[in-house]
Design a protein around this ligand. Structure first.
Ligand SMILES: *Cc1c(COP(=O)(O)O)cnc(C)c1O
Length: 241
């Protein structure tokens, strides 16, 4: 068995065990394989083990892999920072975008998706929320979520699915769980206010258990599947800016 296949099995087992502990149904959370910095062949290997959803952070890198893997039926999620000059290719080459945190970006994504013509399903989006207060720079502040959610939900070519967060890493498990709980509470509020959102995108290699215990429906897992990333990541990022 290859490393990727063994790692995938181990991650699936962690997810299954935690869902069981949380008394949630076995299929209640999607595993998103975060494949940034890894070559198309690594993704192909994961796909051969039944992995369908892949998350990428850098546009050019993702487009290259999509081309190399176009014979496979995969679901592509853009999970990186969103720059307004890249909204068109992102809206047109991904099924999901997780990091929407401003109206202008959402409007541009919707318009670009609309340009693809009738019959194309709406782009599935999550709003990224800053659940760690001043410690974190990205994401919309919790108190601004309701208004942004209402507006984004009304855009014609987007389907607002839920919320996403990347809490600051901390060894304090109770604090970490409270960050995930905050996101879950926000989703509940939005639904009580008339939206019908079903997605909490939260939890990564190191913290998927607390995230699932707090209701994560998509966990975004990179290094536990593909291995540790090295300095290449920062080089990819700077090259694309
Ligand atoms: C890289 C990344 C992940 C995966 O992180 P790991 O710790 O490797 O599991 C998840 N979410 C986002 C937004 C990322 O950029």
């Amino acid at each position: 068995m290859t490393t990727i296949s063994a790692n995938l099995q181990a991650v699936r087992a962690r997810i299954a065990e935690t869902l069981r502990q949380a008394e949630r149904a076995p299929g209640d959370a999607i595993l998103l394989a975060v494949s940034k910095t890894w070559p198309a062949e690594a993704l192909r290997e994961a796909a051969a083990c039944g992995q369908k959803d892949f998350g990428e952070n850098y546009l050019q890198e993702a487009l290259t892999k999509q081309l190399a893997l176009q014979d496979l039926d995969l679901v592509w999620h853009f999970i990186g920072p969103l720059q307004s000059n890249k909204t068109t290719p992102i809206a047109q080459n991904f099924q999901w975008v997780h990091g929407v945190d401003r109206l202008k970006i959402a409007q541009r994504l919707s318009a670009a998706r609309g340009e693809m013509g009738p019959g194309v399903p709406p782009l599935q989006v999550c709003l990224q929320v800053n659940v760690s207060g001043e410690a974190s720079k990205s994401g919309v502040a919790p108190e601004e979520v309701p208004e942004l959610a209402r507006t984004v939900a009304s855009l014609p070519h987007l389907s607002l699915r839920g919320l996403m967060a990347i809490p600051e890493p901390t060894p304090d498990l109770a604090l970490l769980r409270s960050r995930f709980a905050l996101l879950r509470g926000l989703l509940r509020e939005l639904n009580a206010g008339g939206l019908s959102l079903d997605t909490l995108s939260m939890g990564m290699s190191a913290d998927l258990e607390p995230a699932l215990l707090e209701g994560a429906t998509i966990v975004r897992v990179g290094s536990a599947i593909f291995g540790e990333r090295h300095s290449r990541e920062s080089r990819v990022e700077s090259r694309e800016q």
